[in-house]
Write a protein that binds this ligand. Structure first.
Ligand code: ZN
Ligand code: ZN
Length: 264
């Protein structure tokens, strides 16, 4: 009973009402290694379309005032590669036509005034849906400033496809009660959220283990969808929030709308 997808499948077999809540997800299972630049990975070498400028963060940083270095100019601070994802490792993501690589870049500093983000204090995240044929090795400028805990140790991944069920906060009370009763009857160790997979993950559902459910809505009004969970820990040696999780959400109406961010 250690296989998460089997657990979710068993739950759905026992409680059919859960079926409509199943979402595909990819567990990433990062481990420190020099990753193949063309493989799905955390951190590692930069790849970027030839002739396009490397992205910079121009948002304000609350720590700027306490640093002796000059404040970032309009040129901003260079972003760093957080994750590089091949479409075949996460086919369930909302890939735009022609895109087969997702690059998640972040500004490795704290931010407290990002557009559309309330109660957020952490890295600035940007998604780039790209085509592998366009990407070439580049040497981006190092960030002008950075927090050590936001600079990932390069990691290779063992992508695992699973089916994910939501946190109990996102389920009707009757369904959660039925799922919990089933786990108890089966002698499965009680989980607060039976069927929800933990750790670094693409797609699926976010956890709400330190706050209650906080709906993440786009400025356009759409309820945003979980895209990525970043977990604090040894590999890739990152720490977000209070050594918790960072959730990145996307707008289901338009992928170009700014991402939603939540810390747990
Ligand atoms: Zn920044
Ligand atoms: Zn939107």
């Amino acid at each position: 009973m250690t296989d998460r997808s089997a657990t979710a499948a068993e739950l759905v077999a026992a409680v059919p009402g859960l079926a409509r809540y199943l979402r595909p997800a990819t567990l990433l299972h990062p481990y420190a290694a020099a990753p193949d630049p063309r493989a799905s990975r955390i951190g590692g070498p930069a790849l970027w379309p030839a002739g396009e400028p490397w992205p910079h963060c121009t948002a304000g940083h609350p720590d700027d005032a306490y640093r002796t270095a000059p404040r970032p100019s309009a040129d901003g601070t260079a972003m760093v590669t957080l994750a590089h994802v091949r479409a075949e490792d996460a086919p369930h993501l909302p890939w735009p036509p022609g895109a087969d690589r997702l690059q998640v870049l972040w500004c490795p500093n704290d931010h407290d005034e990002l557009q559309g983000e309330r109660y957020y204090y952490g890295p600035n995240v940007a998604l780039h849906w790209q085509c592998a044929a366009d990407l070439a090795p580049v040497t981006p400028p190092p960030p002008r400033q950075s927090e050590e805990e936001y600079l990932p140790t390069p990691c290779a991944l063992r992508p695992e496809q699973v089916l994910d069920l939501p946190d109990r906060d996102e389920l009707p009370a009757g369904l959660h009660a039925a799922a919990t009763e089933f786990t108890e009857l089966q002698g499965i160790e009680y989980q607060r959220d039976p069927g929800r997979a933990d750790g670094w993950k693409l797609g699926g559902w976010p956890s709400w283990n330190s706050t209650d459910l906080v709906p993440v809505d786009c400025d356009c009004g759409a309820r945003m969808v979980h895209l990525l969970t970043v977990e604090s820990g040894d590999d890739p040696d990152l720490s977000v929030g209070r050594h918790g999780e960072l959730h990145v959400f996307v707008c289901p109406v338009d992928l170009t709308h700014p991402v939603g961010l939540d810390l747990q």
